[in-house]
Design a protein around this ligand. Structure first.
Ligand SMILES: *Cc1c(COP(=O)(O)O)cnc(C)c1O
Length: 361
């Protein structure tokens, strides 16, 4: 079976060396040496300052909501956050889980990110934040979102789960917003099996989050604030340190795969319009078909050849009743019905890729 993505398996001997170290130190978690080393290396690689590693990308979002005062758990009114329906469910479900009403507004038909034109109309006295997603790694309209947030005194938390290594105007995309979160799930571009991170704009927010991810404990006999367990452990960090060594090569290989899709399929399907101020990271290979029926034909034909494709992100989240009684986001519903993600990973064989493009043709 050809998967839609494959978790990168780092060199086993290298991983073993890190695990030897864990055994010598007999230290598995609680801000261990490898977590500290990965934090430093990722800060340097990504070009960010206040990075906190956590157990997964969903907790990264939840910790960011709490630290920035967005969460509704300890408040009488029901805070709201304006967000996109075209994303993985965790962006919105994490809000709801934390007592925040996700208010979906529609996306841009070309970039597939939240359309800033729709945001202001959705702001109410209860709105506390905007939670946009750099979907498939494509940067949102940062300047417009920033201006709206400033005008209405709202926090901005970017779900940057897909945007590992993306720069905007030569600077890390993660440096925009009050916080930007990453997921290091095994299927993501860079991974730690399970894991995630938050890049905070302000140092004091990082310091607060450090306490929060460890139950609010600040010393042997002091518990300072409400917290939870969201710590990354040493085994996760060991995987991450190994994967990070190879990320440059992986990126080059994925780029080669993507260029082939582009050259073979231009004119037959549509592609996401990329922010001209950003580099691409080839995290996904989303193809936009003219009609859903064509997409379903392709999906079935691929399946017959044992090739997996995925309808990321379907359904559009404004259709999920448990997330609230939201207005219909027409563009998102239309786009989400017509997008199929096809396989992209570093060692995808050329002949398999040709099978995929032949089916689409
Ligand atoms: C993967 C993903 C998440 C969740 O991350 P986990 O590490 O799986 O918890 C959140 N948002 C988006 C957009 C994602 O793709």
């Amino acid at each position: 079976m050809i998967p839609v993505t494959k978790p990168y398996l780092p060199d086993r001997e290298k991983l073993n060396k890190y695990i030897d170290g864990i055994y010598e130190r007999q230290w598995f978690t609680n801000n261990g040496q490898l977590v500290q080393e990965l934090t430093r290396r990722l800060e340097e690689y990504l070009g960010v300052e206040n990075l906190l590693l956590v157990a997964n990308g969903t907790l990264a979002l939840q910790i960011a909501y709490r630290v920035l005062g967005v969460s509704g758990i300890e408040s009488d009114l029901k805070p709201e956050a304006v967000t996109t329906p075209f994303t993985f469910v965790a962006t919105a479900s994490s809000l709801k889980w934390d007592g925040v009403v996700p208010v979906f507004t529609d996306i841009d038909p070309d970039t597939w990110c939240l359309d800033p034109k729709n945001i202001e109309a959705a702001i109410t006295p209860n709105t506390r934040a905007i939670v946009p997603v750099h979907v498939f790694g494509n940067a949102c309209d940062i300047d417009a979102i920033n201006a709206i947030a400033h005008k209405h005194d709202l926090k901005v938390i970017y779900d940057a789960s897909h945007a590992f290594g993306v720069e905007y105007k030569g600077e890390s995309l993660l440096n925009y917003g009050d916080a930007a979160t990453l997921s290091f799930h095994a299927t993501k571009l860079f991974h730690t099996a399970e894991g995630g991170a938050i890049a905070f704009k302000r140092k004091e927010d990082l310091e607060c989050a450090k306490k929060m991810i460890n139950f609010g404990i600040t010393g042997p006999e002091s518990i300072e604030l409400l917290g939870i367990n969201a710590k990354m452990n040493e085994l996760q960090a060991a995987v991450g340190l190994c994967v990070l060594d190879d990320i440059y090569d992986l990126d080059k290989q994925r780029s080669r795969v993507w260029q082939k899709y582009l050259s073979e399929l231009t004119g037959l399907v549509d592609f996401q319009i990329w922010n001209p101020d950003c580099n691409e990271n080839y995290a996904y290979a989303p193809l936009l078909f003219e009609k859903e029926s064509k997409l379903i034909d392709v999906e079935m034909a691929l399946k017959e050849k044992n090739i997996t494709s995925r309808r990321y992100f379907y359904p559009s989240l404004d259709m999920l009743k448990y997330l609230g009684d939201n207005q219909c986001c027409k563009v998102s519903r239309d786009i989400s019905r017509r997008i199929l993600c096809v396989p992209i990973y570093a060692d995808l064989e050329e002949n398999i890729q040709s099978k995929i493009t032949d089916i689409i043709k």
